[in-house]
Each structure stands twice: as C-alpha cells, then as structure tokens.
Design a protein around this ligand. Structure first.
Ligand code: SF4
Ligand code: SF4
Length: 131
C-alpha cells in the first residue's frame, strides 16, 4: 500500500468543474439526498457532468471551503489530479499544486482506475469517445 497524495483542499479542482459522472456516482449522490438534475446535466455527447454555481461545483460548501460530499464524491474527483490526455496518456494535472506529492505507484493505480471509469462512462453514454 502506498501513501496517498496530500490534498490541501486548495479548492482549485472544484472551480469551473465539468467532472464526468458515471451512473454509480449519480445513484450514490441521489441516495445522499440530491435531487436528480440538481447537480449534473447531460452534455450533447451524452455524458453527465457536474454543474457549477457562481464558478464553483454545486456540491462545494463555500462556508467550509470543502466538498460537501467528500466521502461520497464522484470517482473522477477521488482519482484527480490523475488525468488522461486526448491520446490516452496518464498525466498529473498541472492545475493541482500538490500534484508532485503523488508517487509513481499511485499515478499508475489511479490511471488504471480512470481508464476503467472512462470506459464505463462511454459505455453508459452508448458510444466510444476516447482511445
Ligand atoms: S487541486 Fe489538488 S490540492 Fe487542490 S483541492 Fe484539488 S486535489 Fe486537492
Ligand atoms: S464533487 Fe466535491 S470534490 Fe468534486 S468538484 Fe464537486 S465539490 Fe469538488
């Protein structure tokens, strides 16, 4: 088991987010009391994405400067800052100031989880959208 990255809750990844959601994310957040359609919208490509309010994710708690659903947050949010380029290369998003605290093992493990998640999201949207 490796040590996980050090998230300082700087909030950068919760601003202007278009995080993609799988159906399991949606079902979990609905079970937590969020109404269908209150926290995501389905884009033209058929993929549900988190929506923003005044520049922040609707699930962001501005008073506490934290995710209001941290334990139940979307899988993509828990995998972040690991991301995939359009060519399918696993990278650490430069936006995250703590990106360099991830070790190689964590990047690799999160990259695999992200690939599985994106495959699921594509399948749920009924199309293949990336390599
Ligand atoms: S950008 Fe990085 S450090 Fe900042 S809240 Fe997101 S994951 Fe944490
Ligand atoms: S769900 Fe939580 S962690 Fe993900 S973008 Fe929204 S506020 Fe941030």
């Amino acid at each position: 088991m490796f040590r996980s990255m050090r998230c300082t809750h700087c909030t950068k990844c919760c601003q202007g987010t278009r995080m993609e959601l799988c159906q399991a994310d949606i079902a979990r957040l609905v079970r937590r009391g969020h109404a269908e359609g209150s926290f995501y919208e389905v884009s033209e490509d058929g993929i549900p994405r988190l929506i923003n309010e005044q520049g922040y994710c609707v699930l962001f708690d501005r008073g506490r400067k934290r995710c209001s659903e941290y334990a139940a947050r979307p899988l993509g949010c828990s995998i972040y800052p690991v991301n995939l380029t359009e060519d399918g290369e696993v990278v650490v998003d430069a936006l995250c100031p703590e990106g360099n605290s991830l070790g190689g093992e964590e990047i690799s493990e999160k990259g695999k989880r992200l690939r599985r998640l994106l495959d699921t999201i594509d399948a749920e949207a009924g199309k293949r959208l990336r390599p």
